[in-house]
Design a protein around this ligand. Structure first.
Ligand code: BV8
Length: 260
């Protein structure tokens, strides 16, 4: 069902016109219109009997490495077949608009970068990449890189050709620490921005869901874009109910119209 035409609050347009730094955090919802099921959508087919949180853990991988590897291979195929949608493209235009802009994403699908977003902080890593299970040297791990390197491997999961451990998706699992540098970048962008957007996230995963509070403490105008309410909906200045692929393009259009 088509959503009704979107009226962006004039006060928000005014804030955006004068903003020096805009920060956005996105979740799985912004990729929903690209055909990628959200993280807490019920899983389908083979995976219907599993909850994502149960599979996205080091324990699950150690207990059943082949099952977890196959789950990520299935998701990587979904992601590989997907294209950025109007919501991703609108965020590229917002980045061009703002003197300073940071895009923090919880998503691991890489669609923001494919759309053309430049300053992206991938809090939870990237499903298109792999690294050695016991390798703490993410950057120097010689076996780390595109998952496609291992497409022809007969082993599931493939083995690191250097140290022999399993390869694993280069994502942050539940119970794993996030990259400290990424946390720093996200915290700084949240505490110095004039406008903070939370787009397409259920706001239940931490520490990702904590950055909006740094923006609020810093006096930023806060916006939530989501068709459903979240635990943060009552706390934002501008709760915009609807799809990212509809609201964000409308916001860019009205920003340009009222700026010309
Ligand atoms: C850590 C990668 C510590 C893997 C993911 C407090 C502080 C610190 C930690 C915790 C804490 N409380 C609990 C914890 C533990 C845990 C946590 O938060 N658990 C939750 C479930 C309670 N956190 C952690 O484990 C983190 N690690 O803190 O470590 C530590 C420190 C030192 C040493 C050791 C450990 C790690 C968290 C990262 C987990 N990895 N992903 C993978 O993808 O397989 S998180 C996973 O959830 C995805 O990345 C996803 O992005 C993320 C959040 O989900 P959402 O993106 O919000 O997706 P969801 O489906 O939930 O919601 C979609 C939304 O979109 C909905 O609201 C829907 O209405 C909306 N929507 C739908 N369509 C649209 C739309 N919106 C707009 N437009 C549309 N069209």
């Amino acid at each position: 069902m088509a959503e009704s035409p979107v009226e962006i609050p004039k006060a928000l347009i005014e804030k955006l016109r004068n903003a020096r730094h805009i920060t956005v955090i996105t979740g799985a919802g912004i990729s929903a219109e690209s055909g990628i099921p959200t993280f807490r959508d019920a899983q389908t087919g083979l995976w219907a009997k599993y909850r994502a949180e149960e599979l996205a853990t080091p324990e699950a991988f150690r207990a059943n490495p082949e099952l977890v590897w196959d789950w990520y291979s299935w998701r990587r195929k979904l992601v590989g077949d997907a294209a950025p949608n109007d919501g991703h493209h609108a965020l590229v235009e917002l980045e061009d608009w703002a003197p300073s802009f940071t895009l923090i994403t919880q998503n691991v699908d890489g669609l923001h970068q494919i759309a053309g977003s430049r300053n992206v902080v991938e809090l939870h890593g990237n499903i298109r990449k792999v690294k050695g299970l016991d390798c703490t040297r993410d950057r120097e791990c010689p076996a780390a890189g595109d998952a496609s390197r291992y497409d022809q491997s007969p082993d599931k999961p493939p083995r690191c050709e250097v140290c022999g451990t399993y390869m694993r998706p280069a994502v942050v699992w539940f119970g794993e620490a996030l990259d400290h540098n990424n946390i720093e970048l996200a915290a700084e962008a949240s505490s110095k921005c004039d406008v903070f957007f939370s787009v397409g996230t259920s706001a239940v995963v931490y520490p990702a869901a904590s950055f909006i509070y740094q923006a609020l403490a810093n006096g930023a105008a806060t916006v939530e874009i989501n068709p459903q309410p979240t635990p943060q909906s009552q706390e934002v200045h501008f709760p915009l109910k609807g799809s990212a692929g509809v609201i964000l393009p409308a916001l860019i259009k009205q920003l340009k119209e009222q700026h010309s």
